[in-house]
Design a protein around this ligand. Structure first.
Ligand code: ADP
Ligand code: MG
Length: 317
């Protein structure tokens, strides 16, 4: 758990970057720090590994004040991933990943062996190991950045806009891979992003900041979407937040109409999908319907988008 206890940061001669921040980032979860540019996200992140010193207040990791800890030891337990991956340009991909483990005492041979395994886990085959960062695409560089941060197996990871510099298609792919990896590893992650969709998608918890370094709201994605604390948060999470929140509602108890073989369809869903998907499919299909597939993969019913709306209306308190 990472605890911000009434933390303030005022840069010399500057305005307040972080204004009395108190929040707890749970162990083993990803907390997204999100908000408009200049609202203190990066500053908050860098106070965790002491790259920035707070003006007042304390930051604790598992109850221990970071201020009292040896900087080098502290940082060994904290992986750090930044926007353009920040790789060493004159080292191979393999050595980029193996550098920190060697520094902390692994033999070069051990470090390279586990670096290869890590690269594979982030989706880079052995052929990339010998290349230099400039010989990789942006998305591949980000993968190396993630592998490097994981190399010392730190319990805590700080990620500052890790997926912002790649195109949307690659970003989607990185998101998927990263979620899978995190499910396996269960690191305590603080991730900065300016993209609320990314925060909602990746975050177990989301901290929304406003200008002046003030925490506007902290909660699960669902809580933010369903109960924004104020107009700023409501505006920030977006006008179609009702639709977005459907991503969390399951299609499992949707009542379907009987399927007959003459029904042509394009989109299909299963009970495991979200209502959001069902609505998207139905709205996009020319007939306005989405077909449900049973456990055997065969169609067993269908709904119109009106059915989904009625289903939701029936649920209103
Ligand atoms: P974000 O990551 O949310 O964009 P930052 O934490 O980088 O925000 O910055 C918060 C505020 O602090 C901004 O007003 C920024 O100009 C200011 N700031 C950031 N770093 C420094 C610095 N090293 N010196 C002075 N002011 C800074
Ligand atoms: Mg920033």
């Amino acid at each position: 758990m990472i605890t911000f206890d009434d933390v303030v940061k005022v840069y010399p001669g500057g305005s307040t970057a972080v204004d009395h921040l108190s929040v707890e980032l749970p162990t083993g979860k990803l907390t997204a720090l999100v908000g408009p540019s200049g609202c203190g996200k990066t500053t908050s992140l860098r106070m965790i590994n002491r790259m920035v010193a707070p003006t007042a207040g304390r930051i604790l990791i598992d109850g221990r004040d970071v201020a009292g800890q040896d900087e080098a030891t502290l940082r060994r337990g904290i992986g750090y991933v930044i926007q353009h991956a920040g790789l060493f340009p004159h080292r191979t991909v393999l050595d980029n990943v193996a550098t920190v483990p060697v520094l902390v005492g692994k033999t070069r041979r051990e470090a390279r062996k586990s670096a290869l395994e890590l690269l594979e886990r982030v989706g880079l085959s052995e052929e990339f190991a010998k290349r230099y960062p400039a010989q990789l695409s942006g998305g591949q560089q980000q993968r190396v950045g993630v592998a490097r941060a994981l190399a010392a197996d730190p319990p805590v990871m700080l990620m500052d806009e890790p997926f912002s510099a790649v195109d949307p298609v690659v970003r989607e792919q990185l998101h998927r891979e990263f979620l899978r990896l995190q499910q396996e590893l269960g690191k305590t992650i603080a991730m900065v992003t300016h993209d609320i969709d990314e925060a909602i998608k990746l975050g177990d918890m989301v901290a929304i900041f406003r200008q002046g370094g003030v925490l506007a709201q902290f909660g699960t994605p669902q809580e933010l979407l369903a109960k924004p604390a104020d107009d700023f948060v409501a505006e920030f999470v977006g006008r179609d937040r009702g639709l977005r929140s459907l991503s969390f509602d399951s299609a499992a108890d949707l009542t379907v109409r009987p399927y007959t073989a003459d029904i042509a369809y394009e989109g299909s869903f299963t009970k495991a999908d979200s209502l959001r998907l069902v609505i998207d499919l139905a709205i996009r299909s020319p007939k306005g319907i989405a077909v449900r597939l049973g456990a055997d993969g065969e169609p067993d019913g269908y709904v119109t988008h009106h059915d989904v709306a009625d289903h939701l209306a029936g649920r209103q308190p």
